[in-house]
Design a protein around this ligand. Structure first.
Ligand SMILES: [Cu+2]
Length: 498
């Protein structure tokens, strides 16, 4: 009798477990369908006349409202780089399936630009007219190129299903933009981005200042791009650390790019350093830092300026990228410390005199809560196409309040714009102004951001943990009166965030 009862209990427990797994799997599969409608317009909201602020992020959107070009409407396609006599820099990038042989002998199947991952570093000068022709050799799902952090015109943003169709094998697409702002940027495919970026379709894009860098000591300039290529962590495409030459007294500028999906924290051992730029934008009077860990969210860039010491070398390392340190100079090993405080931009550097942005009254206010319910990564409790867009018009001063309500780190990325961080957890920034295109948010944190609506178009706003974006954490910033004829979905094959 007792045995029978036991058996019933065991079978019951087993059934419960099977049911729970079943529920989890079906929720997951259902979730994956979120990014796969048959056909939809990413700009499906035309809410003219809504000028009042507050709570607009919570407004119900009008489902199924198609964006038929009405009178006075502009198509994203018509928004292109202005004519100019700026010096032209031309590049050709060919996406192809390649087997890469890493330095450690390991062979990795990758998707590459011009045979390597990362693809070639594109280095241009401020003011250049940059012309990049993308060719697709054999990536069946098609590819695009998005220039992360660069303020391009709408038609050049490289979003499959929004600003263009994905470029299929044998096809090509030419991107043109003016490189207006010097700094460290990167490029990557925005077709099935969570898949294609982790397979290798990415590279660095550096815009050097017209005037060069002002300094009394010689400066080396090194791009350091970390990426997750399937299961391998790589730095500049290598499975081993990199060495940067440097004589005592010289300065090394490191352009750290986190092209992976997870936050990376860096220890800088053997020298004090300055954080001179974030997301390509110079910080004002950055002070010397020592023993401070630098957290770089997915998609973000930090430029560090490090003075090579007289005694030995400098080692920059991250527990997220074991065995991939950056070594500057030569000599004795520095003492390793990993218990330092996390770098905070709240009070780093000094304010600008006569900083008027701080007193601008917003015309629009949006509240965005980044979170998670079950397998959905959500914004205001909703996923992807259910999230109402933020609608603005050119010239608007826009306030966006972002809070992270769980589900991991969410690096919050806005296309086509640079935003300013006004406050963190209710505390106003009191150091240098901080301008970003990607903001690392951790659970429980709240930020107030300011953005000037100065680049009419249809823009994606998403988490740059691209897996999170593919699970729903993706929405739109739409300008009134802009439309697109491109469609997302299984019919067109355009799936920008899958
Ligand atoms: Cu996220």
């Amino acid at each position: 009798m007792l045995t029978r009862r036991k058996t019933v209990i065991y079978v019951g427990i087993l059934l419960l477990i099977v049911l729970m797994i079943g529920a989890a799997v079906s929720t997951y599969l259902w979730q994956m369908r979120l990014q796969k409608p048959v056909e939809m317009s990413m700009a499906h909201h035309t809410m003219g006349g809504m000028t009042e602020m507050a709570g607009m992020g919570h407004m119900e959107h009008m489902a199924g409202m198609e964006n038929s070009p009405a009178e006075g409407e502009l198509s994203c396609d018509s928004l292109t780089a202005p004519e100019s006599s700026a010096p032209i820099r031309k590049f050709e990038l060919t996406a192809a399936q390649t087997t890469l042989k890493l330095a450690n002998g390991e062979k990795v199947k990758a998707w590459t630009f011009n045979g390597s991952s990362p693809g070639p570093e594109l280095r241009v000068t401020e003011g250049n007219r940059v012309v990049i022709t993308l060719h697709n050799k054999d990536i069946e799902d098609g590819v695009t190129i998005h220039f992360h952090g660069i303020k391009v015109p709408c038609s050049q943003d490289g979003i499959a299903g929004l600003t263009q169709d994905a470029v299929l094998p044998g096809g090509q697409f030419t991107y043109t933009f003016i490189a207006t702002t010097p700094g460290t940027y990167w490029y990557h495919s925005h077709q099935m981005s969570s898949i294609q970026v982790s397979k290798g379709l990415l590279g660095a894009l550096i815009v050097e200042p017209k005037t060069g860098y002002q300094s009394d000591a010689p400066i080396s300039d090194t791009t350091v791009l970390y990426q997750q290529l399937d299961s391998s962590m790589l730095v500049n495409g290598r499975a081993e650390g990199i060495a940067v030459p440097g004589q005592p007294g010289e300065q090394a500028r490191l352009r750290l790019i986190n092209a992976g999906n997870e936050t990376m924290e860096f220890n800088i051992d053997g020298a004090s350093f300055r954080g001179v730029a974030m997301d390509g934008h110079d910080l004002h009077e950055p002070g010397l830092l020592e023993g401070v860990r630098v957290p770089i969210g997915a998609g973000q860039r930090y430029d560090l300026l490090i003075q090579v010491p007289n005694t030995g070398k400098v080692i920059i390392s991250s527990p997220m990228a074991k065995n991939l340190p950056i070594t500057i100079g030569s000599g004795s090993e520095p003492q390793h410390s990993d218990g330092g405080q996390l770098f905070s931009f709240i009070d780093y550097g000094t304010p600008l005199p006569n900083d008027t942005t701080l007193y601008v009254q917003p015309d629009r206010l949006f509240n965005l809560e980044l979170g998670q319910n079950l397998f959905v990564k959500s914004i205001n409790g909703k996923a992807f196409s259910d999230i109402p867009p933020m609608i603005v018009k050119e010239g608007d001063h826009v306030r966006i309040n972002v809070s992270n309500r769980g589900g991991g780190d969410h690096p919050f990325h806005i296309h086509g714009h640079v935003f300013r961080v006004l406050s963190k957890n209710g505390v106003a920034l009191r150091g240098s102004p901080v301008y970003l295109d990607t903001l690392l948010t951790k659970e429980g944190e709240t930020y107030e951001l300011y953005l000037e609506a100065d680049n009419p178009g249809l823009w994606m706003v998403h988490c740059h943990n691209l897996k999170h974006a593919s699970m729903g954490m993706s929405m739109m910033l739409d300008y009134e009166g802009i439309s697109t004829s491109y469609r997302l979905g299984t019919k067109s094959g355009n799936l920008p965030d899958l």
